[in-house]
Design a binder for this molecule. Structure first.
Ligand code: ZN
Length: 244
């Protein structure tokens, strides 16, 4: 790896996403938003590479569904930390994390890994959060409502990136599950079934389209580009972490 380069680390999960989307849905979304962000950054003269994705994360909410693979939080923290430390030891200018898996414990594992890297290397990591108002207001209504696991939002993103991996006949036949996972988590739900998602999906998968997916990628890639450009132009600012 060339020194002084920007690298984007896509982070997803291996997790049940209804009967119509692949287990790798979050990996596909993170990789595609990273790829589109890298294109935009490179076009602006900021040389950017995309790393192979981290595909295993804390995914306890869907652990009851076959195919979901959850790892321990300390394992997740260690993997992210070690990858980022290796990048900085090799002279990366900036590491940016593109994340699509929003389970609270998972996001917490990323934040803890970032703290650890910053302590160890003195280098910051950018981790923009699509749930922040600045970005969420440009994403779809379904995403903002919080019924955004394997619904129209995520189905559209997979259709726009890897259409052959979507079971369209099943997707088009699915009934809406208009339940906000975010609200359910706040009310104490510990898994998808308790939250009312008995088939591991929420929202409205049948409404998905390639156009919606491309529009969302536009926002998601801009989010990464903006975070990187801000970090490069304001190098002393605090990390753009989710909690802040
Ligand atoms: Zn997902």
């Amino acid at each position: 790896m060339e020194r002084g380069i920007v690298v984007i680390l896509p982070i997803g999960s291996t997790e049940a996403h209804g009967p119509h989307l692949p287990l790798s849905t979050d990996v596909i979304i993170s990789e595609e938003m990273s790829r589109r962000a890298a294109e935009k950054l490179t076009a602006r003269g900021i040389e950017t590479l995309v790393l192979p994705a981290i595909a295993y994360s804390v995914t306890d909410f869907s652990a009851a569904f076959p195919g979901t693979i959850s790892i321990k939080k300390e394992t997740a923290i260690a993997v992210i930390r070690d990858v980022c430390v290796s990048l900085y030891q090799q002279g990366a200018k900036l590491v940016a994390i593109a994340n699509s898996h929003l389970e609270p414990e998972h996001v917490e594992s990323i934040n803890q890994a970032i703290d650890s890297v910053e302590q160890e290397t003195g280098q910051r990591i950018v981790f923009p959060d699509k749930r922040k108002r600045r970005w969420a207001q440009m994403l779809t209504e379904e995403f903002r409502r919080g019924d955004c696991h394997a619904g129209s939002y995520e189905s559209s993103l997979v259709i726009a990136a890897r259409p052959s991996l979507v079971r369209d006949d099943i997707r088009e036949s699915l009934d809406k599950v208009p339940i906000s996972i975010a609200d359910q988590i706040r009310q104490g739900a510990r898994n998808f079934s308790e939250a009312g998602g008995v088939e591991a999906y929420f929202g409205d998968p049948a409404a998905a389209s390639r156009e919606e997916g491309d529009a969302s990628y536009e926002v998601l890639s801009d989010m990464i580009v903006t975070a990187v450009v801000e970090a490069l132009t304001k190098p002393s600012a605090a990390s753009d972490k989710t909690q802040e």
